[in-house]
Design a protein around this ligand. Structure first.
Ligand code: HEM
Length: 409
């Protein structure tokens, strides 16, 4: 039998209380845990029904109400740009960037929790904002590293004042790099680009510069964490399951790259099932907290504006009421008629809940498929001490002792 994962005290408490008390529970005063699939769907839909951006900080400080800006409009603009960023050429460019980053990390023992994060997030940066000067790229990458350090920390830990000031300095640096790029494009001094910053240039008159910068940095934050955490878990499963690695290699090796890049999930269904199951087993983040933007009435409890709620893809994906044998990793549960598949759409939420579901679900899935392709056909990851690797559930699921050396096949 597989060893159960280790857990931080908070994960342990939520998991055990969820089993004992039911899947909607008070985490502490004024903070509700909503771990039931339907209730999570409902609370998120009610909370974000207006889908507007909050007031600008400058307006809040001056006690002014800004005019509401539609987040839906921003999302729609991104989603249509992402359709262009997911065509075969763009996916091939993403694969080339991932491969380049892997090549730089060949032939020496490294911590693959970090390598997977660096490879995924750095390869995605040009999708979000491209054309930056090298000093501005460094500013953005320093900010990504800071966010990853916070995400991958185990346990609460408190930053010193110096660390907090440094973090603010780094964030301001990344924000100013984005601001320069947006202003440059808006004034015609810098060329327009095929990236997610570009639709924001169009929306500048509606958003204003501060909100525009916030929108682009929100996507930079979104790519520094979940994609790499999912990739780490994918590598964890691949290294533990040589029979699946071989099955994937048999499917992926004969594929023509142009076919794979244009429709990875269609031409490689076994690999797609493996990716889906990795996201079910270990999909990041463990918990998300949201502020109630309005009073919310659920069947099981009610929340007042300003109180908080927690949701958790992990707890939804591991609920025995909704999944048969939820703790077993089995990509074949995604076969059409498998008896142990999801019992409803609400019980599989690796990309969160409407109306703020992940805009990068398609691209994120494609990136994980590319990683399978690279790791099963071009490279080999040899762990230094496979028997010592153990899974830890903290802010995300992360394998401890996951050190290994990458070589070319
Ligand atoms: C496997 C990879 C990924 C995973 C597991 C993932 C997961 C998530 C999750 C759980 C959320 C929260 C949704 C909610 O509020 O309920 C989210 C939001 C978001 N993700 Fe992803 N994500 C991935 C890749 C990406 C990529 C590649 C991009 C950008 C190209 C991206 C951009 C975003 C953005 C902008 C949001 C915020 C959406 C909003 O607030 O409206 N994500 N993601």
């Amino acid at each position: 039998m597989a060893t159960p994962p280790e857990e931080t005290p908070f994960v342990h408490e939520m998991r055990t209380r969820c089993h004992a008390e039911g899947s909607v529970l008070w985490v502490r005063d004024g903070e509700l845990g909503v771990f039931d699939p339907e209730a999570a769907q409902k609370i998120h839909a009610l909370n974000f029904s207006d889908l507007t951006l909050p007031d600008k900080l400058a307006d809040l400080l001056r006690g002014r109400r800004g005019s509401p800006v539609s987040w839906k409009e921003v999302r729609t603009a991104w989603l249509s740009q992402l359709r262009r960023l997911s065509d075969a050429e763009a996916v091939a460019r993403l694969a080339a960037r991932m491969s380049e980053l892997l090549e730089e990390r060949l032939d020496r023992p490294l911590d693959w929790v970090w390598v997977a994060q660096e490879v995924c997030s750095q390869a995605l940066v040009p999708t979000v904002v491209t054309g930056l000067k090298p000093t501005d790229v460094s500013r953005v990458l320093r900010d990504q590293t800071l966010k990853l350090t916070q995400l991958l920390a185990i346990g609460p830990g408190r930053d010193t004042l110096w660390q907090e000031l440094r973090a603010i300095w780094i964030q301001v640096g990344a924000g100013s790099a984005v601001r320069r790029e947006l202003r440059g494009r808006a004034t015609g001094r810098r060329p327009r680009q095929l990236d997610l910053a570009d639709p924001i240039v169009e929306l500048l008159p509606v958003l204003g510069m501060d909100r525009a910068v916030d929108a682009v940095t929100a996507v930079l934050t979104a790519i520094a964490g979940p994609p790499g955490a999912a990739a780490t878990c994918l590598l964890y499963e691949l290294t533990r399951r040589p029979e699946w690695a071989q099955r994937l290699a048999r499917e992926l090796s004969p594929l023509k790259l142009e076919d794979f890049y244009s429709a990875p999930t269609r031409v490689a269904p076994v690999t797609h099932r493996f990716v889906k199951e990795t996201l079910r087993m270990w999909g990041p983040p463990m918990f998300m907290t949201r502020l109630a933007r309005t009073d919310i009435q659920l069947e099981q409890a009610s929340l007042k504006t300003g109180q908080r709620y927690y949701v958790s893809p992990y707890l939804v994906h591991h609920a025995p009421e909704h999944w048969k044998d939820p703790d077993a990793f089995d990509p074949d549960r995604w076969l059409a008629d498998a008896p142990h598949g999801p019992c409803s759409g609400a019980s599989y939420v690796p990309f969160g809940w409407a109306p703020t579901t992940c805009i990068g679900a398609g691209l994120g899935t494609a990136q994980l498929m590319l990683l399978c392709h690279l790791m099963c056909t071009r490279y080999r990851l040899q762990l230094s001490a496979p028997e010592e690797v153990r899974m830890m559930l903290a802010n995300v699921a992360l394998p401890l002792g996951f050190t290994g050396t990458l070589t070319r096949r």
